[in-house]
Design a protein around this ligand. Structure first.
Ligand code: F0G
Length: 448
């Protein structure tokens, strides 16, 4: 059966609802300009009756598609033929139960799980999305691609592009991305354009450039990228013995993950593969808290797809009037105009989600705790534990609920922030190196 009969693209705006073939590279509805979804004719796809049937794929993991933590769930993102699929072993990530981090957040032992996406080939969750988007790029015969990035998207794009022979151009805000990420993009061979501006400026430029030059756009506007990111939720369920947690906690930047997670749970419920949808907490940094402001203060909601655009326009006009540029130590989520805002509002509706913002100090302290007791993470990822701690204190999340926090990126992505915290900034949990003379007795004295 041809793929065109199983999947299609559809505008998320219910007043439009235009549909398009998956063979087109669109990224915005040509009819009304809203976001597009990948949608499926589920009755034409052989989806397993139970989620645990996916476990069988492990026995066949010498097949690269069964080894991939994304494609072993391929029936749930069935938009392209296997012959186009590009995989580099993404999604071999783990769900770690962590009682020491739980204690910091005042969660009961046995209840906190960390979904560690830093184990991906490029060191962040982005690879889940890129394997899907690059497969679509191959399907539409793209030869050149581009993205705007706060760093991780560019690293992942650069890695996948050279793995499958596409030319990659990445747009980054000058001085706005962490060194680990910059080093990856240039090492992996992407053409790197540093724009004198922030991420939101880069995002605007890259969309215009892609339209003018016909480049394949790899930001999370790309609906196929989000299909890959759904699998992070499948792996959390897998890690819990095919059970659904009570809460998912995720950092919010461009809001691709939160959007993808909401879609993942909606579809699983629709397919009868889960009985209930977990709640979600989306955590911004206070220096880049558009979502939290719009949802909590301006009361913006999905409203069955009729989102009150005037609230968004007013808010953005205010940012422009102040010449606002977001600032946080969590550079990955330093975004003021998140492109997936409306899809995220839909996910908030699906998951009965809450939004909160945490300070840089809270992020850095949580990061130190995750580093000391877990596998470590970059600052944006630590916003999850900082946010969780506050939500437990507020009584929104119960300390005996089962909680999965998504640690989106590897600790070595941003070594500067880590070293500053421990060495110069003397944070609450800092562990500074000790200067010692080149003398054995003195060294032994210091060790104590
Ligand atoms: N965590 C990390 C480590 C990220 O790199 C990002 C986004 C996020 C969280 C936020 O995820 O956009 O799905 O809400 N990084 C993008 C980039 C924007 O360009 O690398 P989101």
């Amino acid at each position: 059966m041809g793929i065109s009969s199983t999947a299609f693209q559809k505008c998320i705006n219910p007043d439009c609802g235009a549909e398009f073939d998956c063979g087109q590279a669109l990224f915005k509805c040509p009819t009304c300009g809203q976001l597009l979804d990948a949608q499926y004719n589920w009755d034409k796809i052989e989806v397993p009756d139970k989620l645990n049937e996916f476990a069988k794929r492990w026995a066949n993991r010498n097949n690269p598609l069964d080894f991939s933590g994304v494609w072993r769930f391929r029936e749930l993102l069935n938009f392209c033929d296997d012959k186009y699929k590009i995989t580099i072993g993404e999604g071999q990530t783990i769900l770690q139960q962590n009682d020491a981090v739980a204690q910091y957040a005042d969660v009961k032992p046995g209840c906190l799980y960390l979904q560690y996406e830093g184990l991906n080939p490029s060191g962040s969750f982005k690879d889940n999305g890129m394997t899907a988007a690059f497969s679509h790029a191959k399907m539409v015969e793209a030869t050149s691609c581009a993205c705007a990035s706060t760093g991780n998207t560019s690293a992942s794009v650069a890695l996948y592009a050279h793995s499958c022979g596409l030319k990659a151009t990445v747009f980054i805000g000058s001085g706005r991305i962490a060194f680990g990420k910059l080093s990856q993009g240039i090492e992996y061979g992407a053409q790197t354009i540093q724009i004198r501006g922030d991420f939101d400026d880069c995002m605007r430029q890259v969309q215009d450039v892609c339209t003018k030059l016909g480049l394949y756009l790899l930001n999370s506007l790309n609906p196929f990228r989000l299909e890959g990111q759904k699998t992070i939720m499948y792996r959390i369920i897998e890690g819990l013995g095919w059970e659904v947690p009570d809460w998912i906690v995720v950092p919010g930047g461009n809001l691709g993950n939160s959007s993808a997670f909401g879609k993942a749970f909606y579809e699983l419920k629709q397919l009868g593969l889960i009985e209930r949808i977990p709640r979600m907490a989306i955590i911004n940094a206070t220096g880049a808290d558009t979502l939290t402001e719009l949802v909590n203060e301006k009361k913006l909601t999905w409203n069955n797809g009729s989102v009150n655009q005037a609230i968004i326009d007013d808010y953005y006009a205010g940012l422009t009037a102040q010449n606002f540029s977001p600032h946080t130590c969590a550079s990955a989520i330093e975004i003021a105009r998140p492109v997936n805002l409306k899809k995220c509002l839909r996910a908030i509706d699906i998951c009965n989600a809450v939004c909160r913002a945490v300070t840089d100090e809270e992020i850095l302290d949580a990061k130190a705790i995750i580093g000391k007791h877990g596998l470590g993470c970059e600052p944006a990822s630590a916003a999850t534990i900082a946010g969780l701690r506050n939500l437990i204190a507020e009584g929104i999340i119960g300390s005996d609920e089962r909680i999965a926090c998504v640690l989106t990126g590897h600790p070595l992505k941003d070594p500067n922030v880590t070293v500053d915290y421990h060495k110069e900034k003397q944070g609450k949990f800092s562990n500074p190196p000790i200067e010692a003379p080149n003398d054995i007795d003195e060294i032994i004295k210091l060790i104590g």
